[in-house]
Design a protein around this ligand. Structure first.
Ligand code: MF3
Ligand code: CO
Length: 259
């Protein structure tokens, strides 16, 4: 069942999405060589609580932290650690969720630490472009898999690969609501988009087409080849005037602030 949100629910979800986006920007600016992902986790926790919210991931199916911090070949669900010291050239994905007044927010960005390799830079660029392509397909009456197809085709045309094991999703009173939104597949399938849907689009892009592996910690998903991955996630509302990115293009805000 896909929950449609009322105008007042959308208002609240947007407030939460903005709070989350601001926190992700802060985290991205704090992510520098010498900083540990454990420190970023504590900063995330502090900022979420200062905003009157609670972490959404901590305890979710037993997940042990507030933040998912995934470095280089880690794609998603990297567990923050005081032993993980960020170094120049690292590709860091920050994925964070919060809940406030009964509604969830969930978003992710990938940033380079110092100078990254040309391939890593391209990977981030392609993942961002893929997310934009997906958002462009968010229209009342469009079919869900039009989004999936747009994302997948964009990535394939640029010589990279999407992760197939994880999907985007609806969000609202729960962190993960229907529908599931794969990042590949043929267009013209699945339910039609309706006014008041709120979805998280989250392409994960990598350099190989091998199956994802899960590390012995039970969480960290890594690429089969050990090559890098990039992940971006934004919350999008389906409205008569078109898609509304409730989280507001987080990586662009990071660029503006980094200068
Ligand atoms: N951000 C992830 C998603 O988009 C959820 C993280 S799973 C958790 O679905 F266990 F870390 F919470
Ligand atoms: Co998500």
């Amino acid at each position: 069942m896909i929950a449609l949100k009322t105008a007042s629910e959308l208002e609240l979800i947007e407030e939460n999405a903005k709070l989350l986006a601001d926190i992700l920007v802060e985290l991205a600016l704090a992510a520098r060589p010498g900083v540990t992902t454990g420190e970023l986790d504590r900063l995330a926790d502090r900022l979420i609580r200062a905003g009157g919210a609670r972490p959404a991931f901590k305890g979710y199916q037993g997940y042990p932290a507030t933040l998912c911090a995934s470095v280089n070949e880690e794609i998603v669900h990297g567990i923050p650690s005081d032993r993980r010291v960020l170094a120049p050239g690292d590709v860091l994905s920050l994925d964070l969720g919060l809940v406030r007044r009964g509604y969830y927010a969930d978003a992710a960005v990938t940033v380079g630490i110092g100078e990254v390799t040309p391939v890593a830079a391209q990977l981030m660029d392609v993942a961002q472009g893929a997310l934009r392509e997906g958002v462009k397909r968010v229209k009342i009456g469009a079919r869900l898999s039009d989004i999936s197809h747009a994302i997948g085709a964009y990535v394939r045309r640029r010589g990279f690969f999407v992760v197939r094991e994880f999907v985007g999703h609806g969000i609202g009173r729960q962190l993960h609501e229907d529908p599931q939104i794969p990042n590949f597949g043929p267009p013209g399938r699945g339910p039609r988009l309706r006014e008041g849907m709120v979805i998280c689009l989250e392409p994960m892009v990598k350099t190989d087409d091998l199956p994802v592996r899960i590390l012995a910690d039970g969480w960290t998903a890594v690429t089969g080849s050990g090559g890098p991955a990039a992940h971006y996630e934004e919350m999008v509302a389906v409205l008569p005037e078109g898609p509304k990115v409730l989280t507001g293009w987080i990586w662009e805000e990071i660029w503006r602030k980094r200068k």
